[in-house]
Design a protein around this ligand. Structure first.
Ligand code: 6R9
Length: 648
C-alpha cells in the first residue's frame, strides 16, 4: 500500500505538525480535563465554566456533560464576537444554482438578518426550548434560520429538502414542532423543488397525528405559485421589513440543546439526535480549524447540504465560530455540466474543498478535461466525508483535482459524533489512500470482536469509542432509553459506532462500512427498516427485506426483496409503482435500485429474516452463503438464487 509522506510545503504552512499532533494527542487522552479546559476557551462564554468533563458510559447511567456550569450563546459566537474585527468580511459566500447567481453576506449583514429573523420568530411566540423545523433549499436564509433559532434559545430541527411530505410530517411530530421555516420552491440543477407544497401537505399529515403547525415562515426563492394559509403562513420578505435588526442573544447553559437532527438507525423510525451548545461548538470549531488547516482569509467550501450533519458542523457552526468565509452552494455538481465544481473553485478562489466520495466518483467518470480546464491553483486542502473512499477515487482526487499539491483529509465521523473523529491533519499525517488514518485529539477508538473482546494490534473488528469527546450527541430526543440501547448496550462501557474498521501495522484506521442494518447510499444514511416499512405500506406487498449491494457510483445501492399479497403478480409495471411509492413515502434518496419478487424470504425457525444470506445473493456471491443450517426452509434460498440468475 502506498504512503504519501507529508510534503514540506504542507508542513510549513500547517498549524499542527506531527510532533505537535503527538504531544497534544497524548495530553488529550491522559488529561482530558486539562486539555479541554484549555481548548474550551476558543469560544466566548458569558459565564465561564469551572468544570470540564463529566461523562459516564455506564450501563443504565449514560450521562454526558461538558463545560456544564458555563453559559454562552452559539449564534453570538458565530456572529457578534466577530463584528469588531471582521464586520465587513464575507461570512457566507453564496453560489446559486445558476452560475450567474451569487451573493456575498458580510458578518455585519449576517448579524442584521439573523436578528431580524429571530425577532420575527419571537413575534410569532417562539421561546427558548421550542422546536423550529427548517425545510429549506441551500440559500443563506437556511443558515439565518438555524442561527436565529440558536440566538433565541430555540432548538432547530433541519429536515433535508429532498425528503417527502410524509418524512417531514414524521419529524414535525417527533419534535413536537409548531413552527416551520421553508421556501416557496428550491432550485437544483435547473429543476424546481416544490418545498411549500410539500410543507403544506406535511402540515396536514402532522395535524391529523395531533401536531398542529401554527407558523410557516416562507422565504421567496423562485416566485413560483404557492397556496397560502392566512394566519399560519408568513412571507419572510414581508415580515423582515418591520423586524428590528437587533435582538439580544439568549444566555444558554452549555448543556442546553442546540439542535435535533433526525438520522436513520438499524431499526424503526429515524432517531432525533440531540446536540447541545457548549461542547458541540468547541468541537466543531476546533476540528474545522485543524483538520482543514484553516487560516485567516481562506475561502472554505463544504459541498454538503445543511440538511445533513456535515452542513451543520462544517458549513455553518464550525466555520462561522472561527470567523471563516464559508461558501454555500445551491446547485449540483453536474449542472450546467460536470465542470461546475472546479469553475466555482476558480470563480471564488477556493482554498479548502470538502466533498463526498460519491461526488468524486461521478466527476471522475465525467473525464479529466472537465477538471483541467479550470486552474484550481488556489486549492490547498481537499477533504472527503460520508463513506469509505476507494483508493482509485482517492488517487484521482489527489492527482487530477489537487495536482498532487494538496493533502487529502479523509474524515470519518457521524451525525452522532457532532464532528470529525478520525482524520489526517494536513501538516502532520502521512497519507494512505483509503485510510482515515489517526484519531483527532481526545478520541479513543477501539476494536472489539462480536463478543466484545478487545482486539489488539493490526486487525479488523467493530469500531467503538471508549471515552467521551465534547461533540458527542447527548440523547435521542425524548427517548434516553433508546439512546442507551442503541449506542451503549452492545458493548459495555463503550460507544458503539455501528461501523466496522481495520487497524494496520502503523496504527492507521481504515473504516470498512456499516456492520448493522444501515446502508450508505451516495453518502446518505438509510435504514433498511425504513425502506422495508415503506414497501410494506403498499397494498400489494405483504413482506419486504432490503439490503445494500455494491454500486459503482452510489457506493451502495438499495436491493429489495418483495413478497406480494396472495394473488398478486410481479411485473416491471409493479416495480415502477413500488419505486414511486418509496420515493413518495421517504424521498428520492430512498429510490430502490433493484426489486426482486420473492415468493418467500429466508427465515430462521424463530422467524427472523436472514439478511446475511440476502446480502450475498444481492452481491451475486452464491458460493459464500455461510451457515444455512438454521434456515426453516432451505429451498427458499435456492429459489431466490435461481430467479436472480434467470434475471440476468
Ligand atoms: C458525517 C456523516 C455516518 C456514517 C458512518 C460511516 C460513514 C462517514 C466516512 C464514513 C468511511 C469516512 N462514513 N464518513 N465511512 N470513511 N470518511 O457522514 O454522518 O450521515 O451520520 O453517516 O457514514 O459508515 O457511520 P452520517
Amino acid at each position: 500500500m502506498t504512503t504519501i509522506p507529508v510534503k514540506d510545503e504542507w508542513k510549513q504552512r500547517a498549524k499542527i505538525d506531527d510532533d505537535t499532533y503527538r504531544a497534544w494527542y497524548e495530553k488529550s487522552v491522559a488529561d482530558p480535563d486539562g486539555f479541554w479546559a484549555e481548548h474550551g476557551k476558543r469560544v466566548d462564554w458569558i459565564k465561564p465554566y469551572s468544570t470540564v468533563k463529566n461523562t459516564s458510559f455506564a450501563p443504565g447511567n449514560v450521562d454526558i456533560r461538558w463545560f456544564e456550569d458555563g453559559t454562552l450563546n452559539v449564534a453570538a459566537n458565530c456572529i457578534d464576537r466577530h463584528l469588531a474585527k471582521r464586520g465587513d468580511q464575507v461570512a457566507i459566500l453564496w453560489e446559486g444554482d445558476d452560475p450567474k447567481d451569487s451573493r456575498e453576506i458580510t458578518y455585519r449583514e449576517l448579524h442584521e438578518e439573523v436578528c431580524r429573523m429571530a425577532n420575527v420568530l419571537k413575534e410569532r411566540g417562539v421561546k427558548k426550548g421550542d422546536r423550529v423545523t427548517i425545510y429549506m433549499p441551500m440559500i443563506p436564509e437556511a443558515a439565518y434560520a438555524m442561527l436565529a433559532s440558536a440566538r433565541i434559545g430555540a432548538i432547530h430541527s433541519v429536515v433535508f429538502g429532498g425528503f417527502s411530505p410524509d418524512a417531514l410530517a414524521g419529524r414535525l411530530e417527533g419534535a413536537q414542532s409548531s413552527v416551520l421555516i421553508t421556501a416557496d420552491e428550491g432550485l437544483r440543477g435547473g429543476k424546481k423543488v416544490p418545498l411549500k407544497k410539500n410543507a403544506d401537505k406535511a402540515c396536514e399529515i402532522a395535524a391529523k397525528a395531533g401536531q398542529t403547525v401554527e407558523t410557516v415562515l416562507v422565504v421567496k426563492r423562485t416566485g413560483g405559485d404557492v397556496q397560502w394559509s392566512d394566519g399560519r403562513d408568513v412571507w419572510w420578505h414581508e415580515a423582515r421589513e418591520n423586524a428590528a435588526t437587533d435582538c439580544p442573544p439568549e444566555e444558554m447553559k452549555a448543556e442546553d440543546p442546540l439542535f435535533i437532527l433526525y438520522t436513520s438507525g438499524s431499526t424503526g423510525k429515524p432517531k432525533g439526535v440531540v446536540h447541545t451548545s457548549g461542547g458541540y461548538l468547541v468541537y466543531a470549531a476546533m476540528t474545522h480549524e485543524y483538520v482543514f488547516d484553516w487560516h485567516e482569509g481562506d475561502i472554505y467550501w463544504c459541498t454538503a447540504d445543511v440538511g445533513w450533519v456535515t452542513g451543520h458542523s462544517y458549513i455553518v457552526y464550525g466555520p462561522l465560530a472561527n470567523g471563516a468565509t464559508t461558501l454555500m452552494f445551491e446547485g449540483v455538481p453536474n449542472y450546467p455540466d460536470a465542470g461546475r465544481m472546479w469553475e466555482v473553485v476558480d470563480k471564488h478562489k477556493v482554498n479548502i474543498f470538502y466533498t463526498a466520495p460519491t461526488a468524486i466518483r461521478a466527476l471522475m467518470g465525467a473525464g479529466d478535461d472537465k477538471v483541467t480546464r479550470a486552474s484550481r491553483e488556489t486549492l490547498k486542502v481537499l477533504g472527503s466525508v460520508g463513506e469509505p473512499i476507494n483508493p482509485e477515487a482517492w488517487n484521482w482526487y489527489y492527482r487530477v483535482v489537487g495536482d498532487e499539491r494538496c493533502p487529502i483529509v479523509d474524515t470519518w465521523w457521524q451525525t452522532e459524533t457532532g464532528g470529525i473523529l478520525i482524520t489526517p491533519l494536513p501538516g502532520a499525517t502521512d497519507l494512505k489512500p483509503g485510510s482515515a488514518t489517526r484519531p483527532f485529539f481526545g478520541v479513543k477508538p477501539q476494536l472489539v470482536d462480536n463478543e466484545g473482546a478487545v482486539l489488539d494490534g493490526a486487525t479488523e473488528g467493530n469500531l467503538c469509542i471508549t471515552d467521551s469527546w465534547p461533540g458527542q450527541m447527548r440523547t435521542v430526543y425524548g427517548d434516553h432509553e433508546r439512546f442507551e440501547q442503541t449506542y451503549f448496550s452492545t458493548y459495555k462501557d463503550k460507544y458503539f459506532t455501528g461501523d466496522g474498521a481495520k487497524r494496520d501495522e502503523d496504527g492507521y484506521w481504515w473504516i470498512t462500512g456499516r456492520v448493522d442494518d444501515v446502508i450508505n447510499v451516495s453518502g446518505h444514511r438509510m435504514g433498511t427498516a425504513e425502506v422495508e416499512s415503506a414497501l410494506v405500506s403498499h397494498a400489494k406487498v405483504s413482506e419486504a427485506a432490503v439490503v445494500g449491494y455494491p454500486h459503482d457510483m452510489k457506493g451502495q445501492g438499495i436491493y429489495c426483496y418483495v413478497t406480494l399479497m396472495e394473488g398478486e403478480e410481479g411485473s416491471d409495471e409493479l416495480r415502477k409503482e413500488l419505486v414511486a411509492h418509496v420515493r413518495n413515502e421517504i424521498g428520492p434518496i430512498a429510490s430502490p435500485d433493484k426489486i426482486q419478487f420473492a415468493p418467500s424470504l429466508p427465515k430462521t425457525r424463530s422467524g427472523k429474516i436472514m439478511r446475511r444470506i440476502l446480502r450475498k445473493i444481492a452481491e451475486d456471491d452464491f458460493g459464500a452463503l455461510g451457515d444455512t443450517s438454521t434456515l426453516a426452509d432451505p429451498g427458499v434460498v435456492d429459489d431466490l438464487i435461481e430467479s436472480r440468475q434467470n434475471k440476468k
